[in-house]
Design a protein around this ligand. Structure first.
Ligand SMILES: *Cc1c(COP(=O)(O)O)cnc(C)c1O
Length: 390
């Protein structure tokens, strides 16, 4: 027996920031007290700061999908025409959700591994000028592809539709100028780059999107944006909040502010860049080479090898949980995450482990090929040695 540390290396949930985890232990606190209001207010204010937006920011006790659901049920009405730009499993979630609420969804989809082009949305909008909303993922975690939400925002802003962006893995992995790019609703989740456990969803909402809430007739109760805004202004949530997660979020936001959102994004981008260099050097193929996301790198398993073997080997040999493909991509790809609390030491381990696993399973790799590629990216980036943050 050798020691195997458990390592969570998936693109959600992600590794936890230890001080945030410790903060959760103080959660025997009542939510209608000034102590808790202080933490809740600081979360809302710090979120606004790290999202760099003047829009209202709301928090919910839910996984990320809760904020997606809240957006549809509070801003739209049965029969509303909407466009979904779908490039993977999470794009399909938008389409399913829109249909579940009786919206008239025009799904603009591309094959897995590709991205929806802004021009495709422009054409779809021109064909249907009554469109009320356009839904996309900033980063499509299932394929490891990133959308050009800046260009898309420009297209949507010219119309009466609102632009709804699932940035659950986009936040902290790519620049997102919410106010400047016309990102009317932007959605995030706690278990991604915020480095805390699942259970909190958040969204920012623009004045243009608020206007739609005035005419929306879909039923909703738990997720009530207007009620939540009012509660938030009083330093509270409408219902019992996930107190432990709020305390954790306050701590992780303190860290993100200290680091700077730009640095968090740069961190993910640098690790993603190094990962792509490593897997390509090892003779593997990227699944989304055209527009790779910095949230996670999706890699095709070598021909004849099920990616499930690689996933299982990582767990058995190294105690590491990495992500398989979802849906029909299961068995075809594996995904290496970079969002949130990941560093170069993690990546050296993952890439060395991958070399060992591939070689043991009959794929020819010269030891050190992938690791050397990561080392070169590290060296070229001139990552400054810095003291470790607490
Ligand atoms: C993780 C994720 C979600 C949210 O899923 P939940 O399980 O509800 O947290 C939504 N969209 C994307 C792109 C994601 O990566």
């Amino acid at each position: 027996m050798h020691i195997k540390k458990q390592r969570l290396l998936t693109p959600g949930p992600t590794p936890l920031y230890p001080p945030a985890l410790h903060a959760m232990m103080a959660s025997d606190i009542h939510h209608r007290t000034e102590d808790f209001r202080k933490a809740y207010r600081s979360c809302l204010a710090d979120l606004k700061e790290v999202l760099h937006t003047s829009h209202d920011v709301l928090l919910f006790a839910a996984s990320g999908t809760g904020a997606m659901d809240a957006t549809v049920s509070n801003l739209f009405s049965k029969g509303d025409k909407v466009i979904v730009g779908s490039a993977g499993k999470f794009g399909e979630r938008w389409a399913e959700m829109a249909r579940a609420y009786g919206l008239d969804a025009n799904v603009v989809s591309v094959p897995y591994g590709q991205v929806v082009r802004p021009g495709q949305l422009e054409e779809a909008l021109a064909r249907e000028p009554a469109t009320k909303g356009v839904f996309v993922q900033a980063s499509e975690t299932s394929t490891g592809a990133a959308h050009d939400v800046q260009a898309m925002g420009r297209v949507v802003a010219k119309t009466g539709a609102i632009f709804v962006v699932d940035a659950i893995t986009g936040l902290g992995t790519m620049p997102l100028n919410i106010d400047g790019w016309g990102l009317d609703v932007l959605i995030g989740g706690s278990q991604k780059a915020f480095m805390i456990p699942p259970g909190l969803a958040l969204l920012s909402i623009s004045p243009k999107a608020w206007r739609l809430s005035e005419t929306s007739t879909l039923p909703h109760y738990y997720f009530d944006l207007k009620k939540e805004k009012k509660s938030g202004e009083a330093g509270e949530s409408s219902w019992t909040p996930a107190t432990s997660l709020i305390l954790a979020l306050a701590e992780s936001l303190r860290y993100i502010k200290q680091l700077g959102m730009e640095q968090l994004v740069e961190n993910a981008q640098l690790l993603a860049h190094a990962t792509r260099a490593a897997v390509v050097a090892m003779g593997l193929e990227l699944f989304s080479p055209g527009s790779p996301a910095a949230s996670a790198t999706a890699v095709k398993a070598p021909r004849g090898m099920d990616s499930g073997v690689i996933i299982k080997e990582f767990r058995n040999r190294f105690g590491a949980i990495i992500a398989d493909g979802q849906g029909t991509m299961k068995g075809q790809i594996f995904r290496i995450a970079h969002l949130g609390y990941f560093d170069f030491a993690d990546l050296f381990g993952v890439v060395a482990g991958l070399e060992i696993i591939l070689k043991a399973n009959g794929f020819p790799v010269t030891y050190g090929t992938g690791v050397a590629a990561v080392e070169q990216v590290y060296e070229q980036a001139a990552v400054k040695p810095q003291p470790v943050h607490a």
